[in-house]
Every structure is written in C-alpha cells, then in structure tokens.
Design a protein around this ligand. Structure first.
Ligand SMILES: Nc1ncnc2c1ncn2[C@@H]1O[C@H](COP(=O)(O)OP(=O)(O)OP(=O)(O)O)[C@@H](O)[C@H]1O
Length: 619
C-alpha cells in the first residue's frame, strides 16, 4: 500500500520584523531632514542674515540654488548612510530589492524634501515655531500613513488621491517595496516592475509632478507673502509682470533715441504721481523747500551718488511714515540723518536699501533707479545695520571674503580687498578669529568693514557706535571719517556728539517730514540761540557782577538761569562783540566780583531739541 507522504506544515510564528521596521522606522529615518532644512532657512530670515546678504548683492536665485545644492548633498550623504547601514544589517528592503528601484525613489524624495522645505519656510519668521510645526506635520504624516497603510495592503491599491500629499506617496512606495522584499508571495521589486499601472511608478510620477507644483508655489509665495523685510509683490503680479516687462522692453528700444533729460522724465512718468499735499510739507523750513526746488528742477550735480525726489511711504496699516522727502547728497560727505524715535529715518533708509518699496517717489543711487535697477544699486551700496549680523562660526577674514565675493570682486583681487578692509578698521590682528570671539566694539568694526568692502559709493551706517565705550567710539569715528573719502556716508545716530564730530551736512526728520537741512553751522545759525555766557561770583557780589556783564551784552540778551552764585545769558552775536567781551571781562572781572566765566556756542543738541520741541507742539 502506498500512501501519500503527509505534507509538513511549519508551526513557526513569523514575526514580520522587516515589515515593521520598514513601515515605522524608514519613514522617520528619511523625513528627519525636512524640519532641519526648514529651520536653517527660517533662522537665516529671523537673524536677518538673508536680508543682509541681499543688501550686499546676493540674488534670490543664487541663494536658493546654493541651499538646494547644500541640502541635496546632505540628503545624499544621509541616504548613503541609511542604505549602507541597511545592507550591513541585512535588511531585506536593501538586500533583495533591485538598487535601481530605491535609488530612483530616494533621488525623487530628496528633491521633494527640499521643495517642501522651501515652501514651509515661506510661512514662518521664527525658527522655533517652524521647527515645532514642521516636526508635527512630519509626525502626523507618518502616523496617518501607518494607519492608512493597513487599509491598503495585499491586493488593495491606495486611491490616487492618496498620492496628492508627496510624503504619503513616498511612504507608500517605500512600504510597497519593503513588503515585496520581506514577503514570500510577492517577488522583490525590480526596475522592470515599474510599468504603467504599477503603484510604485504611480507614486514616483505623482511626486515628480508635485515637485514642480511645489517649486512654482514657493516662487509665487516668496514674492507675495509679507515678510518683515523685502519688497512684497501684489498677488496678481504673475499677470502684470509679463505685461510690464514687455512694456519696458518697448520703452528701452525707444529710449535709445532720446536724450538723458527726456529719459528721466519717462522714468518719472512711470511712477505713481501724487499731488504735493501742502499739509505734508508745511513744516519744512526754507532750506528744505529750496532743496526741493533745486532737485525737482534738476539743478543738482548729475553725479550725485544719492538723489531722492518726493519719496513717500504709507505702510499697509495706513501709517504715513515718510512725507515727500526730497534731497540729494554729494560725494566726500558724511550726511547725518537725525530725528527722534519714529521720525521715519529707518523707513527711508530701508527703502533706499531695497527692504521696502516706496509708495511713491523716485530715488537713484549712483544713477541707478532703486525700483528698477536694485541689483546694480546693491553693488553700489554698503550697509552697516544697527545690530551686528554675523555668523558665529566664520572668522573675520572669512566674513570679508564672503562679502567680497558677493560684491563680485574678481578672484585675484579678493585677498587684497579683504586686507584693505581689515586695515581700514584696524582689525588685521583678528583676521583668523571667529566672530563669536570678538568684543562688541570689534564686531562693530567688522560690520563697518563689511559695509566698506567692494568700495561702494554710498554707505549706510545705522547707529554705528551705540552701546560702545568712549575709547572705541572715538576709534570708530576716526574709521568713519577716513572712510568718507571718495564716497557718501549716510549716518543715523541718536548721539548729537557723534553727529557734531562727524557730519558735514545734517537733515533732521520729525514725524516723517524733513524739517531742516544744511551744514551744522547753518543749522546752529538758524535754530541756535547764538552764544551762551555764564559766570559765577560770591553771593554778595551778584548784583554788581550782573550789572557789569549786562552792560557788555546787547539789550536783546536773554537771562537763562540765575542760581545764587551762577548766572547765564543767551545772545546773538554782533560784529566784534565776542572780542570785546573777552577784552572787557578779563580786564575788569576782579573789580566787578566775577570769579569765573565762560562762553559757549549753541550745540547741535540744542538745535535738535528745539526742532523736536516744535514738531511736538505743532502735532
Ligand atoms: N513695518 C511697519 N508697519 C507699519 N508701521 C511701521 C512699520 N515700520 C515702522 N512703522 C511706523 O512708521 C513710523 C516711522 O518708523 P521708523 O522706524 O522709520 O522711525 P525711526 O525714525 O527709524 O525710529 P528709530 O529711531 O526708533 O529707529 C513709526 O511711527 C513706526 O511705528
């Protein structure tokens, strides 16, 4: 009798270790870079490094391309580590699946991850929030994909809508090739399996299409989403920009045949024309009005590095921050832009350095229009911001080299230019020191060196010595004074002493209006009360001393203070009066009981306080 050999059934319990690891660990392992990429991008926005680089000529395209290459290199390295570890530990997904399949998958995922990071970075301005939110998005994505994975197993394909979110498509593909590699029924994936209708191929194709959509969306959102700095375009710019470019091209071909003055008229006609509101400019003094007339009638030196015509800024919240400001600044000059907090100085400088667009008006730097030739403008300006924007882990020399390259300095001149900048700010000995190891004053000097690199025609220094000790301030004053040769420096400061020492010409703003403009002496002449004479005497001599001094002063002299033994007067000088005062007081002070006396001129601080006081009274 023959009997059929009984089949032997195995009773071993098979734990799908590979599937479990593949389903849970792989998505985590390949997604952790996404939050890291996002915080790198957002941190550069938050620390204003991005805006600083842009103000030094960095093009958005170059910035994003550099990050793209950087992120993709990191992705390749981590993927290699991931795959090699998988091979060492004999994980089926890597040992059984054809390498070409997971190479294609990881290749596409790297691009998707970067596109997602660029997109997410548009929505955040704080790195911490960006980290938490992106991490939560990744985590939720993995949990949802794990939960839904059990629905779509075996012969159940995921619906195509499931692939609309790129990470789902990626996790699904990863899961499918992982299941095939550990499953004895389905053969491991080969490249030839990726045919029309195959779910992994569907996932890959979806990701490729989504990649382009994400990139286009990112480009659109970086242009229209409001950020703290930078020019924001209207949501419809994709429709108007091609039209404007075509119009401009038409204009340019016409412009070749028109002389310069006509050319300027065309440029101005393209601006929003706003009637001068007499209310806005009624607090300008005569010198400012004269300057307005001079500039609007084009009676200025055509080589003036900085010209502003009717610059006006209304913020989106309706705040009128700059009112029709019009002036030009010449070469070899330090121009002090002064004013109390909220006067509109930062707004004006931010417009000139391309951070905000003006609402109306026209400005040129080195004859480049700040609205249409911003790239050339960036090459002609240097900016030292109020707070140092430096990389902790770059040395002083590396900072300067980096900005020299941004400014387009030819490679063979880079080192000479860097050395020159170091010498200008007396930082030669610190060339190889990391910026985090510098003192406050040394950091300021490095920021000033950055603003001077590439020999820009116009340098903006925003409160360069705030918070520094008197010795370092004086050193920086010398540096600034030396740096003005051959260029224009626009200095904002709250220190009247600094303005008095450094500025050849001063403009004082208050409540968005340029109230006065001119060399220091002129401002002191108009707004100063002239001279101040003080004397001190013994209490019993006050009457005789006062009588004596008053007999020498003009009748218009005003008594300011009279504290027991100290008396002071304010008066306008007349021809020969100062010499007479010195002569007479020195000759007769003893017999008239004057112990001590002094004469001083009006300070810039007094001029400033008077203008600000008037602005407050008028408000
Ligand atoms: N982004 C903004 N949105 C709305 N209003 C703004 C914005 N930035 C500034 N302002 C307002 O515009 C006015 C001018 O501000 P701005 O910062 O230009 O003054 P400032 O003279 O530079 O002052 P500070 O010396 O304090 O830097 C202020 O009333 C300010 O509140």
């Amino acid at each position: 009798m023959f009997r059929v050999m009984p089949a032997i059934f195995s009773t071993d319990v098979k734990i799908p270790v590979g599937t479990l690891i593949g389903g849970i660990l792989y998505p985590f392992g390949v997604s952790f870079l996404l939050p890291i990429f996002v915080i790198i991008l957002v941190k550069e926005k938050e620390d204003r490094i991005l805006v600083m680089m842009k103000m030094n000529g960095l093009k958005s395209f170059t910035y994003y391309l550099t990050h793209y290459l950087h992120f993709y290199s990191v992705h390749i390295i981590t993927t290699l580590v991931f795959v090699i570890t998988g091979l060492i530990f004999k994980m089926e997904i890597f040992t059984k699946t054809s390498p070409s399949v997971y190479i294609i998958l990881f290749f596409v995922w790297g691009h998707i991850e970067i596109a997602l990071a660029f997109l997410f970075s548009c929505f955040f301005s704080k790195a911490r929030i960006a980290l938490v939110v992106t991490f939560l998005i990744v985590l939720c994505g993995i949990i949802v994909s794990l939960a839904s994975g059990s629905l779509y197993n075996g012969s159940n394909s995921a619906p195509l809508a499931y692939f609309l979110w790129p990470p789902f498509a990626f996790y699904r593909c990863l899961n499918l090739i992982n299941i095939a590699s550990v499953n004895s029924i389905i053969p491991p994936y080969r490249l030839s399996d990726l045919t029309i209708g195959n779910e992994v191929l569907n996932g890959i194709l979806f990701m490729i299409v989504e990649y382009f959509i994400l990139m286009i969306l990112t480009i659109y959102l970086t242009n229209v989403l409001p950020s703290e700095y930078g020019i924001v375009k209207p949501w419809y710019f994709i429709f108007t920009e091609p039209y404007n470019m075509m119009r401009k091209r038409g204009h340019n071909s016409k412009k070749k045949h028109i002389k310069k003055d006509d050319d300027e008229d065309i440029i101005e006609l393209e601006r929003v024309i706003v009637e001068i509101d007499p209310d806005e400019i009624k607090f300008e003094d005569n010198d400012v009005k004269e300057e307005r007339k001079r500039i609007l009638e084009n009676n200025y030196d055509p080589d003036s590095p900085l010209v502003m015509k009717r610059m006006r800024k209304v913020y989106s919240n309706g705040k009128l921050a700059v009112k029709d400001v019009t002036f030009a600044v010449d070469k070899n000059i330090i121009f002090g832009l002064l004013g109390p907090n909220g006067a509109g100085k930062t707004t004006l400088i931010s417009i000139l350095t391309g951070l905000y667009p003006q609402t109306s008006g026209f400005a040129t730097i080195e004859n480049f229009d700040i609205l249409t030739n911003m790239q050339e403008v960036y090459m002609s300006i240097g900016v030292c911001p109020q707070h140092d924007i430096l990389w902790d882990d770059l040395t002083v020399g590396e900072h300067l080299l980096f900005y020299a390259r941004l400014k387009g300095i030819p490679a063979e001149q880079e080192h000479a230019v860097t050395l020159q900048a170091l010498q200008q700010v007396r930082l030669e000995a610190f060339r190889n020191r990391l910026s985090k190891g510098l003192s406050g004053g040394e950091k300021r000097r490095l920021s000033i060196a950055i603003s001077l690199i590439g020999n820009p025609a116009v340098v903006f220094l925003d409160e360069p010595t705030t918070g520094l000790d008197p010795e370092v301030r004086r050193l920086i004053w010398n540096i600034i004074n030396d740096a003005k040769k051959g260029r224009t420096i626009i200095l904002t400061t709250h220190s009247m002493e600094e303005a008095e020492v450094l500025c050849n010409r001063i403009g004082i703003m208050a409540k968005g209006t340029l109230r006065c403009l001119g060399p220091q002496l002129r401002l002191k002449e108009i707004y100063g009360s002239g001279f101040k004479l003080s004397f001190s005497c013994k209490a019993e001599n006050v009457d005789i001393a006062t009588q004596f001094i008053e007999s020498l002063l003009p009748p218009t002299a005003k008594k300011l203070d009279s504290f027991v033994t100290n008396v002071s007067y304010e008066f306008k000088t007349e021809n020969g009066l100062i010499a007479k005062l010195f002569r007479e007081i020195e000759a007769h002070k003893n017999e008239n009981g004057v112990d001590d006396w002094g004469l001083s001129q009006t300070t810039l601080e007094e001029v400033f306080l008077r203008i600000i006081g008037e602005a407050d009274a008028e408000a």
